[in-house]
Design a protein around this ligand. Structure first.
Ligand SMILES: [Zn+2]
Ligand SMILES: [Zn+2]
Length: 257
């Protein structure tokens, strides 16, 4: 896939504009997650004087990047439920904004779990990468927040309140959790044609992934799965190849059945 094909022309105009009123709960969970995460870090720094823990930020980026890569290869190669219409959607030849396609999509989505919706999303991203860049910030952050971010924030806050973990570990977990929730946003930015100056700074610092680094994955779907920063790609490539040699990767899982 070429660079120009993988880029979007028009990003979302506001951070919320593709969230419908029916998804207010989703929005609420996302906002709660970000507020809770910042509150936990502030409280840990205030109560435990663990300011040195902020120096663990590069390690939190590396760890979150590695987990983004492992999640990505799991989602890319996970087999979908057969005969629910996902294959027909994936290979649909007409206009994907047409009533026919939208009806087929609605019917198929009713038959699959929230996790499988994310799985399908990752597979279709390989077909039309530019669509990701047009999504809002909350739409991009929501899956990671729902499946990992929010539960982890609650558990780590609870463990801290019970005195089981200290403030330094809590600060590290919160930084890791925040960066992991930004992974799909960083991924979408790598598909934009015009990249804001502040994002270019984050990309130069290897906090967010560059489009050049990410395009390697779109050219070879068997490598470079990390979507936050890309710094953990050498490690994740080794893990992926190990799993592949063991036969734990379903080669036919890349497309829906
Ligand atoms: Zn992929
Ligand atoms: Zn991509």
């Amino acid at each position: 896939m070429t660079t120009s094909k993988s880029e979007s022309r028009k990003p979302a105009s506001s951070p919320l504009d593709d969230i419908t009123p029916a998804e207010t709960g989703l929005l609420l969970v996302c906002w709660l997650f970000f507020l809770l995460n910042f509150a936990l870090v502030s409280y840990a720094l205030y109560s435990g004087a663990a300011w040195w823990a902020l120096a663990l930020f590069p390690l939190s980026v590396y760890t979150a990047d590695a987990l983004s890569g492992i999640s990505h290869f799991y989602l890319d190669y996970r087999r979908t439920t057969p005969n629910v219409g996902l294959r027909e959607l994936y290979f649909f030849k007409g206009n994907k904004g047409s009533p026919k396609y939208l009806k087929m999509r609605e019917e198929a989505m009713e038959k699959i779990s929230p996790l499988e919706k994310v799985v399908f999303d990752f597979k279709t991203h390989h077909l039309s990468p530019g669509a990701l860049a047009r999504r809002s910030f909350m739409r991009l952050a929501a899956p990671m927040v729902m499946f990992i971010g929010f539960p982890l924030a609650l558990v780590s806050g609870g463990l801290f309140a019970l005195g089981i973990i200290g403030p330094a570990l809590l600060v590290f977990i919160c930084m890791f959790n925040l960066m992991l929730s930004l992974a799909q946003y960083a991924h979408a930015l790598a598909h934009r044609r015009e990249i804001p100056g502040w994002v270019q700074v984050l990309q130069k610092l290897h906090i967010f992934i560059t489009k050049e680094a990410h395009n390697i994955h779109h050219q070879d779907l068997g490598m470079d799965f990390c979507i936050l920063s890309g710094i953990a790609n050498p490690l994740v490539n080794r893990i992926f190849n190990f799993c592949r040699r063991r036969g734990w990767i379903f080669e036919d899982g890349l497309t829906p059945v």
